[in-house]
Design a binder for this molecule. Structure first.
Ligand code: LLP
Length: 427
């Protein structure tokens, strides 16, 4: 459930009409709901309440400082994958001992920043990374707590670009080699083995692949313990999907997921960590856009919006479906018609939906893309020199711009001119 509902014939974000935000900040923009973010975080926290646990929000989904602060103040830890994310988490007030560092390509510099600033654990993904981590830790006179990310070779049955748990993916070390890699880790004085990490993919709509992976982790925990390792923490990654297709997709609830975790891993007495991103932020955000033109094409009508693929890349990149709804609530029984819904960017890939049934719309009408709170603003670019769109956070009847739209001067002045071009002006 989210807090974007029609009231008095118009779409609201909590207690604020979307049209009021549009009038204040202009379109397009992202808007997030505090109540929805917190509701989703708490759903996970409660689902795991029978076990010692920490929910580490995967901030790659939405790393705005205000979003991070909202979740951090509720008690969330963070899963980070870069120095930038680490520094963002710290800036939002997350203590180092609540930050886990994931990712296949951590550099020595990133490792150094995290070790010096404080870290809960590194999820190590390869032997060369282990060697670098060991060397940096020794140089700093520290011991780095680690888990090793194992690749369980499980088919997550999700889009190929966001599946990570098959042997052909670049992630983790093959579970079959885990004992050997843990033996190496134990021999390195700069590392302290504390657990196991696994993450098999994103937007999973079925619990079965998770369960299969976690069963393999349970087995590995026993093996590693019998090899003499201390395994006290299991990081289970993120990946639980959300209903993008409001009508026909019903991914499992966090409570079902929690019960499955307890069933497969509860007996091991480990502290459980999870790293949900999409399920916390996805349905807590909308992208709101305005119809610029309605254009009649060859056998089809186009809704040309002021939002484009550079603002929300998911449809172009993953063929993702986002529900698109009019901000003014249609009268019951209004007949729908099919539209191709596109942005102004100069390529045909800038298409949000083809032949989508919508109530008739006209230039100037506002539409809202649902499920846009995760992997929306964070994946935006300035392609076609379009400004990054503003982000707004709603809290009850209040709203605030949490990232303003840059001016064109700001965008242009970020470039610098080399000396050899300065002297001449175009003739
Ligand atoms: N932990 C790790 C190690 C991850 O790689 C990811 C996501 C997560 C947690 C969070 O997964 P979530 O709960 O959000 O599914 N840009 C794509 C999604 C990429 C996901 C990458 N890793 C999209 O828009 O669908």
């Amino acid at each position: 459930m989210d807090h974007f509902l029609y009231r008095y014939g118009t779409l609201f974000a909590e207690d604020v009409p979307i049209s009021e935000i549009a009038a204040a900040v202009g379109t397009p923009f992202y808007v997030y709901s505090t109540a929805t973010l917190l509701r989703h975080y708490r759903a996970f926290d409660e689902a795991l309440s029978g076990m010692d646990h920490l929910v580490c929000y995967a901030m790659k989904a939405n790393s705005n400082q205000a979003v991070l602060r909202t979740l951090a103040q509720a008690g969330a830890g963070m899963d980070v994958v870069s120095q930038g994310e680490y520094l963002r988490a710290k800036a939002a007030g997350v203590p180092g001992d609540r930050i886990v560092f994931s990712g296949v390509g951590k550099t020595a510099e990133e490792i150094c920043v995290a070790l010096e600033g404080g870290i809960r654990q590194f999820n190590v993904e390869s032997e060369p990374e282990m060697e670098v981590l060991n060397a940096v830790a020794i140089e700093l006179g520290k011991v780095a707590p680690i888990t090793v990310r194992v690749n369980p070779d499980v088919d997550a049955k999700t889009h190929a670009k966001i599946a990570t748990g098959k042997s052909e993916n670049k992630f983790g070390i093959p579970i079959a080699r885990a004992r050997e890699v843990y033996a190496m880790a134990a021999s390195l004085p700069g590392l302290q083995v504390i657990g196991i990490d696994v993450h098999i993919g994103s937007q999973l709509t079925d619990l079965a692949p998770f369960e299969l992976a976690y069963q393999k982790v349970a087995e590995l925990t026993k093996q590693l313990r019998s090899d003499g390792h201390t395994i006290t923490r299991l990081d289970l990654g993120g990946g639980l999907g959300i209903p993008y297709y409001a009508s026909n997709e019903a991914p499992p609830l966090p409570s079902d997921y929690g019960a499955m975790v307890e069933r497969t891993l509860g007996h091991l007495g480990c502290e459980i960590e999870i790293e949900p991103g999409r399920l916390i932020a996805g349905n807590a955000g909308l992208m709101v856009s305005k119809v610029i033109y309605v254009k009649s094409g060859e056998g089809r009508d186009f809704l040309i919006l002021d939002g484009a693929m550079n603002d929300l890349i998911r449809p172009a990149m993953y063929d993702a479906h986002h529900d698109i709804v009019p901000v003014v609530e249609p009268a019951p029984g209004t007949e729908k018609q099919p539209y191709d819904i596109v942005g102004p960017v100069c390529e045909s890939g800038d298409t949000f939906a083809k032949q989508r049934d919508m109530v008739p719309l006209a230039a100037g009408d506002l539409v809202a893309f649902r499920s846009a709170g995760a992997y929306g603003a964070v994946m935006a670019s300035e392609y076609n020199s379009r400004a990054l769109i503003p982000e707004v956070l709603v809290h009850g009847d209040q709203f605030a711009v949490i990232r303003p739209r840059p001016t064109f001067d700001e965008m242009i002045n970020r470039d610098t001119i080399p000396s050899w071009l300065e002297a001449h002006t175009a003739t």
